[in-house]
Design a protein. Sequence first.
Length: 191
Amino acid sequence: MTSANRPARLNRGLLGLLGLLLAAAGALLIAAHFGAIGRVARDTPLVPGTEEPPRLVFYLAIAGSVVLVLAALRWLAAQFTRLPKRTEWQIGEPDQRGRTRLGSSTAAEPVAADIETYDGVRSATARLSGNALAPDLHLLVTTDPDADLSALRIRILGHAVTRLRTALDLTALPVTVEFRIADRGRAVRAR
């Protein structure tokens, strides 16, 4: 799955616009510093007067800055939590003869390949997270606009997920399925 928490086009567009505005403001400030702007003299003060504002203004500015920094850090953290972490599982008990290790991506790739063969599916991504005793399966399925999502979900859970559960010898396997409905080169999300 490409993302459980996805900032998409709007997020990137707003960030691009903010970046352009900040770059333009910086360029104007540099131009004003070197006297390139005719209406602003180089030695003109930034604000009129030389009196210090009340202390409350400084405290509010500091509090506002802290809130802004925390919001920016939260947004930044959301950018890196797009995919569940891949893990390596140890199957069976280790003994003198060695261990068997299985990458979660190795187990999940056949599920995605199965789902991609279904009618109405354009692409599928599968990701297993958690450990071998309690895995979670995350599926991202891009479908045709006219695909029957409920029938597709039943088929995924009844066929592909059942096969994976049997292969891993699990009694239960929590599954998150996210559908993206393809439309003229773009995908619309449905859960």
